[in-house]
Write a protein that binds this ligand. Structure first.
Ligand SMILES: O=C(O)c1cccc(C(=O)CC[C@H]2O[C@@H](n3cnc4c(=O)[nH]cnc43)[C@H](O)[C@@H]2O)c1
Length: 248
């Protein structure tokens, strides 16, 4: 069933959690994990899928596009964004070896914009060091521990980049600057910026499709990462997560 969005609809107020992926294949994996038929709502620039996990928590899933700008715009365009109790950026990612192997699950305890700043003669300075803005969001630590524990996932920094790393040199540079980095992806910081403007807690969950490093398309394991994403969304402890972000 597809409906135009209407802020007055009872459904517009029902879902407690929003999951923002980049592409439809990721959204479909999340919906398979949730395991129920979804209702589709037409929203600005796309479709929102509303499903309900077996535990009873209603979850909206949106494929918002690739990159931090698309992710922020898609998230911010939902008229009822402020009503969610938690917004989750989710999808596949590159993993930093040896901490995040292909197929593994990573939960962000820090969402960090890794290339938002200026290149200076003395090296990279992020916008916080330049004196304006911030480059990090910190998900609720208890929620991170709960999710990581339930999924057998590692937790650490997930970098948001606008350019996928394609060389060993760049991977080493990022790892040296961010020693707690487990993964890099392209949307988390954008989703977090949109959620933060409405005071909604944010979370990021990634499954690893490739290693961060020299470009090698033959080594991508997108199917494995999508299967891991599906499993993660089947097994997330939704009520406990909502409790830990303050909405038990
Ligand atoms: O062309 C390449 O070499 C290449 C390598 C890895 C990923 C891509 C993408 O265009 C996918 C971007 C998409 O998937 C997420 N993602 C997956 N792996 C990575 C990565 O290693 N670094 C950054 N983002 C990654 C990302 O969140 C996007 O949604 C191309």
């Amino acid at each position: 069933m597809t409906r135009p969005y209407d802020d007055e609809q009872p459904e517009a107020q029902a879902a407690r959690l929003l999951v923002v992926t980049a592409v439809p294949a990721e959204a479909e994996a999340v919906l398979r994990g949730l395991g129920s038929d979804a209702t589709r709502l037409v929203v600005p620039g796309g479709e929102l899928h509303r499903a309900r996990h077996a535990c009873g928590v209603a979850v909206d899933v949106l494929a918002g596009g690739v990159g931090p700008a698309a992710a922020a715009a898609a998230t911010a365009s939902l008229p009822w964004l402020h009503r969610y109790e938690l917004v989750v950026s989710a999808g596949i990612a590159g993993g930093f070896a040896p901490h995040a192997p292909i197929g593994s699950v990573v939960v962000a305890d820090e969402i960090l914009a890794a290339d938002l700043g200026a290149q200076t003669p003395d090296g990279f300075l992020d916008v916080a060091e330049l004196g304006f803005g911030s480059v990090r969001h910190t998900p609720a630590p208890a929620a991170v521990r709960r999710a990581a524990g339930a999924l057998g996932a590692a937790h650490g920094t997930v970098l948001t980049v606008s350019t996928v790393t394609g060389s060993a040199e760049r991977a080493a540079e990022l790892a040296a600057r961010h020693p707690r980095a487990l993964a890099e992806a392209m949307e988390g910081f954008g989703v977090a910026e949109a959620a933060a403007r409405h005071g909604v807690p944010v979370f990021e969950l990634r499954t690893v499709s490739n290693a961060v490093g020299p470009r090698d398309r033959s080594a991508w394991r997108i199917g494995d990462a999508l299967a891991a994403l599906e499993r993660a969304f089947a097994h997330l402890p939704y009520p406990e997560l909502l409790q830990e972000v303050g909405h038990g």
